[in-house]
Design a protein around this ligand. Structure first.
Ligand code: GLU
Ligand code: ZN
Length: 311
């Protein structure tokens, strides 16, 4: 990476997973993080979160980057790839394990579901392997030892959020049984490594944020400012997803999608259709207002007239 570290007051990022082409929901996240950074004269980095090779779709990375370019996004520094960062994640797992803040777990999904109660994020791990493995069994995954500490965050848009991770989530996985490091760990390591000061992303990740802040505290990393944008959902309240190939944006028609994304975020719209992408971005940056974004976790795409053409 060739990014200077001097006097950096704002560094944002967009961190897509290459699980399909860019859809309208990811365009909204890209736009929100980009405009927030640019309106503060900040830097904006792109990181490809290709941690889980089993979910990756061939060619998706190039499709996403190509679409960002055609939409007129300009990123700073080099693109980073989580698939090249395994050593850093492994070092963090080792450090946490040595400090006895992480431990191996032999439990299968079935064993856990037989004993666990369900929390907001699925089964709460019952703590079976917390105090050592049963004889003759080998660790499959690595879990973090959670504590009673209450995690409080204040999201710029969504407001305060409180979570007691041991009770509400349980000891969560930082390295999976198949050897891949977990998103929660990788994202924290990379945001710190890249010096990210502001995280703007979809509200589907709001409930992950206390786990990320918990890891930052354990690893003594600084905590970025969090801003979670309303998520674009379908009529069933389901997140648009790249895997389901929902509403991919057409790189040949960037202006329509850009205007729709801006309107989705309740930003003021240019009085007339911008003549160029540069003109669009200049206008959108100059008029960017976080305060205008509704403090809600999701907005159905269909509730907005101008979005009807997407579905
Ligand atoms: N890679 C994640 C996704 O595509 C986003 C991670 C983040 O922004 O923290 O949903
Ligand atoms: Zn276990």
């Amino acid at each position: 990476m060739h990014i200077s570290n001097i006097n950096q007051s704002y560094r944002g990022r967009f961190a897509p997973s290459p699980t399909g082409p860019l859809h309208f929901g990811s365009l909204v996240a890209a736009m929100g993080s980009y405009l927030d950074a640019r309106s503060c004269d900040g830097e904006w980095l792109v990181r490809i979160e290709d941690l889980d090779r089993t979910r990756e779709i061939d060619g998706a990375t190039q499709l996403i980057l190509g679409t960002l370019e055609k939409f007129g996004f300009h990123w700073d520094g080099e693109i980073t790839y989580q698939s090249r960062r395994t050593e850093a994640y492994a070092a963090a797992v080792e450090k946490l394990t040595k400090r006895q803040l992480a431990y191996p777990c032999t439990c299968t999904r079935k064993e856990i579901s037989e004993r666990a109660v369900n929390g907001a994020e699925g089964a709460i791990y019952p703590g079976t392997c917390r105090h050592g493995l049963a004889e003759g069994r080998e660790g499959r995954s690595i879990r973090i030892l959670t504590s009673e500490q209450i995690i409080n965050i204040t999201d710029t848009i969504q407001g305060p959020l409180t979570q007691q991770i041991d009770r509400e989530i349980g000891d969560f996985i930082i390295r999976r049984a198949d050897g891949y490091h977990a998103y929660q760990l990788a994202v924290v390591i990379d945001d710190a490594w890249q010096g990210i000061t502001h995280i703007v992303r979809g509200a589907d990740l709001l409930s992950s944020t206390p786990r990320q802040v918990f890891l930052q505290k354990l690893l003594r990393l600084s905590q970025p400012i969090y801003t979670h944008l309303p998520l674009v959902v379908d009529n069933q309240g389901r997140k648009l997803s790249k895997q389901h190939r929902d509403a991919p944006v057409d790189p040949k028609q960037p202006m329509d999608a850009l205007l729709q994304a801006l309107a989705f975020l309740h930003q003021p719209l240019p009085p007339q259709r911008p003549g160029s992408l540069d003109e669009f971005w200049q206008w959108a940056t100059a008029h960017w207002s976080l305060a205008a974004i509704p403090a809600t976790r999701q907005i159905p795409a269909s509730s907005l007239k101008y979005l009807n053409s997407l579905r």
